[in-house]
Design a protein around this ligand. Structure first.
Ligand code: ZN
Ligand code: ZN
Length: 161
């Protein structure tokens, strides 16, 4: 999700640019992708570009109870500053530490929001995802998906009590 900020970098501090976001990023563990829609307001600051995003993601998750893959929507808000490759006044190349490189405007004046969106979306995801609130999970004895049918092990267990 790349945005060209060449024009903004030439403008004075406080100038804004509103962009529509419509993209995806790969989710490696399931081979699927997460879709992202919304808007991002890019604002020229003294040192770079401030990105303020209001986004909806449709994220693949795995139910911790029945192991089924499902999708859930999240609302995320992004607030990050992106620093230019070169100092805007002196033109000198700005050295950044490795972890800061993700929040850097590249030498083609592009801001890539993917890393930030991925990171903020992870914070929005539940620690123990459930496909539905009343997911009954999988029988630990025979492996039957109890959302689809009952198995005899469950009844047997109840009889014992
Ligand atoms: Zn489930
Ligand atoms: Zn069973």
């Amino acid at each position: 999700m790349l945005f060209n900020v060449a024009g903004l970098l030439k403008s004075s501090s406080g100038i804004k640019q509103l962009e529509a976001v419509d993209g995806t990023f790969d989710v490696s563990w399931c081979g699927d992708n997460c879709s992202v829609k919304g808007t991002v307001l890019l604002v020229r600051t003294d040192s770079g570009i401030w990105a303020s995003g209001k986004l909806q993601t449709c994220t693949p998750l795995q139910c911790g109870s029945c192991l089924r893959l499902f999708r859930q929507n999240f609302e995320i808000r992004i607030e990050e500053e992106y620093l230019p490759y070169r100092d805007l006044v002196s033109g000198a190349i700005i050295e950044l530490r490795d972890y800061e490189e993700a929040f850097r405007i590249d030498s083609d004046n592009l801001v890539d929001l993917t890393y930030a969106i991925r990171e903020y979306n992870e914070l929005a995801m539940p620690l123990a995802p459930r496909c539905e609130r009343n997911c009954r999970g999988i029988c630990s004895y025979c492996g039957t998906d109890l959302n689809k049918k009952n198995c005899l092990c469950t009844t047997g267990e109840r009889d014992l009590r």
